[in-house]
Design a protein around this ligand. Structure first.
Ligand code: HEM
Length: 503
């Protein structure tokens, strides 16, 4: 058990046990005649919080092996359902999708989304529906993605040139840092029109993703919020202050420019601002806080997810050089060595797509999706799921289930997707890299385009090898848990340029 948990446990147990007892007995009184899904015995007060550990997706998988694919935990005072099979995922995300389409309140959403005014954490209802429609139409639709194609191509060329220069001296490249910075530049240009050279908020956005994914005791035992035992509240406040300053400056700049643009929209922020000023359609009310919350969503969602996915793909390819070779052969056949990859090539790169899907199967970017919350009592297959239960879909465990993926489920084997219709759209409940149902990711098209494009260009332009003396078995594949699951250490490799054309 982690040391802070021991401190929490003993410090508050005596004082709060009586309160807990009253709460838990009234909770049980309401539920005793109804059958909750099975689960382990919990501790007073903490419930099962102590079982989550540093890598909750792995610990929840272990528990599901014992208690089954639908399991009840009590995290502090919150009833929590953990789903770990495709069948149960379908029941929650399709059959009863509407009941589970909300998000729980959390300290992170409070501090970093201006009180759930964003899309990712907003509760199910008309505000969520309207901003989801707005973001899809104005930023994530096919036509908007197409609009930014030349920007992506320009940024990618700069990225390739940087790596080519380094490759001339056979230097080791920090792939993680390079990919993150590429994604950062692409995202800023897409969301607010230019790159951020002044504020350097990348680490802050990464902190947002990490903090929002951490199981925060304050969310589960609200009486402990003031103690901020994990120090998360303090970190959230500091982070939100930095982001707020940055976002205010961006909005001010757009407001100043708007006077000269006479209603013309250059980017997403212009659209949001004109909606705010026309204040506001009856359907959707936006003020500065709403705009800032939505901006944080789009920046964090676009940067962190895609770079995490790209790094895992490259890591798996470094671990499996024969697969890297097959990807490069496909690129050679489709693109040839006399030009760079163009986005229009992507639909023809079917092996590459399988490699990316296979990576997302064993390293889903969001291992537990984003927590859902039920909005009413519901009984499913005889199990009672109380209103306001937190729902965790363990996409990581589902992607590694040998009952679904056969005994080689833990192996990296892209060929398993040959002759299957499985794709990333959320219709196949054994494979949920972008979730499914009402809350599924609205950025699938953009995310997949960027991941495929960056991986294709990188492997087309360069042979990548591990630093001298390191064998594929030495490459560490450790994870760092947050809302996303990035590698815990930066990925490094030695590139050699392989095209016949000069850049
Ligand atoms: C490889 C890239 C990406 C992956 C793997 C990914 C994955 C996911 C997952 C698993 C969810 C949660 C679904 C659920 O809770 O059931 C999600 C939600 C979301 N994603 Fe993505 N995503 C990616 C890229 C993007 C991009 C590029 C954007 C937009 C710029 C985006 C915006 C969002 C938003 C706004 C939500 C919340 C939707 C809602 O609550 O209604 N994502 N994503």
């Amino acid at each position: 058990m982690e040391s802070w948990l021991v401190v929490v446990f003993f410090a508050v147990l005596t004082g709060l046990y009586s309160i807990f007892y009253l709460l838990s007995s009234s909770y049980k009184k309401g539920l005793h005649h109804r059958l909750l899904p099975p689960g382990p015995l919990g501790l007073p007060l903490l419930g099962h919080l102590h079982l989550l550990g540093e890598l909750p997706h792995r610990n929840l998988q272990r528990l599901a092996k014992k208690y089954g694919p639908i399991m009840t935990l009590r995290l502090g005072l919150i009833p929590t359902m953990v789903v770990s099979s495709p069948e149960w995922a379908e029941l929650f995300l399709k059959t009863h999708d509407m009941v589970f389409a909300s998000r729980p309140k959390s300290q992170a959403a409070e501090y970093m989304s201006y009180g759930q005014k964003n899309l990712v954490f907003s509760q199910y209802g008309s505000y969520w529906r309207n901003i989801r429609k707005l973001c899809t139409l104005e930023l994530l639709s096919n036509s908007k993605i197409e609009l930014f194609k030349s920007m992506r191509s320009e940024e990618l060329s700069n990225f390739i040139e940087l790596i080519k220069n380094a490759s001339e001296s056979r230097s080791i490249i920090d792939i993680t840092a390079k990919v993150e910075s590429l994604l950062e530049d692409m995202t800023y240009r897409m969301v607010f029109g230019f790159k951020d050279d002044k504020f350097n908020i990348k680490s802050c956005l990464q902190e947002v993703v990490m903090l929002t994914g951490t199981f925060n005791v304050s969310d589960y035992i609200p009486s402990l919020k003031a103690l901020d035992l994990q120090g998360l509240g303090r970190r959230m406040k500091a982070c939100s202050k930095v982001l707020d300053k940055f976002l205010e400056a961006i909005i001010d700049e757009h407001v100043r420019d708007a006077k000269e643009l006479h209603g013309q929209h250059r980017d997403f922020i212009d659209v949001l601002l004109s909606l705010m000023e026309s204040n506001n359609t009856r359907e959707l009310y936006l003020d500065r806080d709403n705009i800032k919350a939505i901006m944080i969503d789009m920046l964090a969602a676009a940067m962190d997810t895609s770079s995490t996915a790209i790094e895992w793909v490259i890591a798996e390819l470094l671990k499996h050089p024969h697969v890297m070779k097959l990807v490069q052969e496909e690129l050679e056949n489709i693109v040839g060595l006399d030009r760079m990859v163009d986005e229009t090539d992507l639909t023809k790169l079917s092996y590459l797509k399988m490699v990316i899907m296979e990576t997302m199967r064993i390293h889903p970017v969001a291992p537990l999706l984003i927590p859902h919350e039920s909005t009413e009592d519901v009984t499913i297959n005889g199990y009672f799921i109380p209103k306001k239960s937190r729902v965790i879909i363990n996409a990581w465990a589902i992607g590694r289930d040998p009952n679904v993926w056969s005994s080689n489920a833990e192996e990296f084997y892209p060929e398993r997707f040959i002759d299957t219709n499985i794709d990333v759209q959320g219709r196949d409940y054994q494979f949920l890299p972008f979730g499914s149902g009402r809350r599924k990711c609205p950025g699938i098209q953009l995310g997949m385009t960027v991941v495929q494009l960056v991986v294709a260009q990188l492997l087309h332009c360069f042979n990548l090898e591990l630093p001298e003396g390191m064998s594929p078995d030495d490459l560490d594949m450790n994870e760092k848990f947050g809302l996303t699951l990035p590698r815990s250490n930066h990925l490094r490799a030695v590139p050699t340029y392989r095209l016949r054309m000069n850049l």
